[in-house]
Design a binder for this molecule. Sequence first.
Ligand code: ADP
Ligand code: MG
Length: 598
Amino acid sequence: MTDATASAPAAGASWLGKLEGKVSWILLGVAGLLLPLLDDSYIGVIAQRAYIYWVLSAGLNLVVGYAGQIAIGWVSMLTLGAYTTAALTAGTATEPWHPYLALIAGGVVGAVAGLVVGLPALRLRTFYFAMTTLGFATIVTQVALAWKSVTGGGVGTPGPVFPWPFDPGWGFYYFCFILAALATWMTANIASSRFGRALVAIRDAEVAAEASGIAKPKLLMAVFLFAGALGGVAGGLFSSLQSYITPDAFTFEISVLFFIAILIGGRGSILGPALGTIILTALPEFAAPLVQWSTFLYAALLLVIVLVIPGGIADLLDYKNRRPLEQHREIAPRQELLGRLLDKSDAKHTIALKDIALHFGGVRAIDGLDLEIRSGEVQGLIGPNGSGKTTTLNVISGYYAPKSGTLMLDGRSLPFGQPHLRARYRIARTFQTPRLVGAASVLENVMIGGTVHGHASFAEATLALPRNRRDEKLLHEAAMQALATVGLENLAGVRADRLQHSELRFMEIARALMLRPAFLMLDEPAAGLSPEEIRRLGSLIKAISREGTGVLLVEHHADLIFDICDHVTVLNLGKVLAAGTPNEIRSHREVVSAYLGA
Ligand code: ADP
Ligand code: MG
């Protein structure tokens, strides 16, 4: 999410800043509008082809660039849309349809197909999913070959001719231009909404996305549907541009073009892949002898880009993130702001683990654990490496189902196996190794934490309707507040992968606070922090608990634990070695000899 369309508003972004981000799009738009003045029909056809490809790539960009799904055979959507539109217009299977209606039908067929092709992505890992998309493309082509009565088989079928106002020539040119612009607008809307951020979170930090309440299957299905629909519409336009279609018009090379255009454009950008599509469409045309070599050319280009600018075109354009950051930055949390972020309530809640046991093969990671986390208190959990602390957190966050024992919230048992449901109970967490979306800004990373608070649907986000704009405004305000609370507001607009380790730890806390958590679980938050930072972290955690949140603190820094905990549990080999107040633990003979080592 590095380009300006994907909303990276730094604190106090002015209209000038917003305009600056839109300049590239305005230039592209003006060039597209004025191109017919050249009155060169050859260039016109190349431009139409680029627009049509972009209609498809724009949707595919959400699948590949944002969600990180390797959908390499997306040409199948083009094929399906093209044949649906052409066959319905020609009336080979039904009464002839009006071309515009047939085009809509092409989009609908594409949407359904997108969903069908996308389903395996929920189960299959990257490479296997890539193969299923390729397999589907082959099947579609084979059906087109075999179903002669409708598709004309190998002989082919004429494409539709759209009547006024988008009749062949510059009329059709503007049709393609408008649809490309529309596709850009819609994908940019999705990308800059909580759905776009959630997609990138699934791609780069799936566990953190789940902990923020993001339901991967539902989101991916919506995106596959949308990308399929755009692919189908592109296919309908393509069949008209070709004027006559045969199955061999839908080559593997085109599919590769779509895919590579997105990669050289830059993952998580919209402008980059748009430019990538234009470049890859035009390149072989202007170097006619190279047409034979186009696949080779694409591959070579991809190689060069990956080696020289791994972030793609978008990275080249992202000059803001090349400005050096201040060297000696200080994290100064302002816990007095917590009150506005968390809804303080006097309601008392308790998470209770009773006799929890969990084994990994022969390893008894947890072996009969009792633990309570109560509103307004800090519960410490300490123990040597491998004693089962992180596993305990993973059980509470629903990631692992224990072999035996119960996990209750206020006397009701919590379900396992669907960690994204924990956000509904306002149980938030951070991770032992910070999980972040490196390419997104710090602000966007924090906004991901509030995903469940949005009300607008995916469709409302696509069309930037008022409810979505309200969601965004509220999320933006809350995230700035959370950043100010942990002392990172000056870094809001910076790419998260440029932060120092200690800053990432505080950023994760800000993200967790976005849930307005009733319970907050911190996995070694002080690891890698300076003594002064640990002191500030300690008072921040203490303040969070005073607002009524129940905190579970896993730590190695004994000072921090004894300073701020109300109650401490010591684990050893998955068993409770001791439990009590900090004073009791400090003087517990076994703990001192086995763990504190004094
Ligand atoms: P801690 O956080 O206290 O350092 P963990 O909870 O990470 O300890 O690990 C407890 C034990 O469980 C260790 O022996 C670790 O190797 C094992 N363990 C943790 N997660 C897994 C896993 N996913 N598969 C197999 N073993 C695991
Ligand atoms: Mg651990």
